[in-house]
Write a new protein. Structure first.
Length: 45
C-alpha cells in the first residue's frame, strides 16, 4: 500500500506492475505516463 503512482493513476495497471518490480523506475514511469496519459487511456477506452 506504498504505491504513490498507483493512487495517481489507478487505471494504469501496467505502470503499477512496473513500479512494484522496479521501485527505482517509479520516476521514469511517472514521466512516461505523463508524457502520453491520453494515449493509454484512449486505447483502453
Amino acid at each position: 500500500m506504498s504505491l504513490l503512482p498507483v493512487k495517481v493513476a489507478p487505471p494504469v495497471t501496467e505502470t503499477a506492475k512496473a513500479s512494484m518490480e522496479r521501485p527505482k523506475a517509479m520516476r521514469r514511469v511517472d514521466i512516461m505516463s505523463m508524457s502520453f496519459p491520453h494515449h493509454q487511456e484512449d486505447h483502453r477506452l
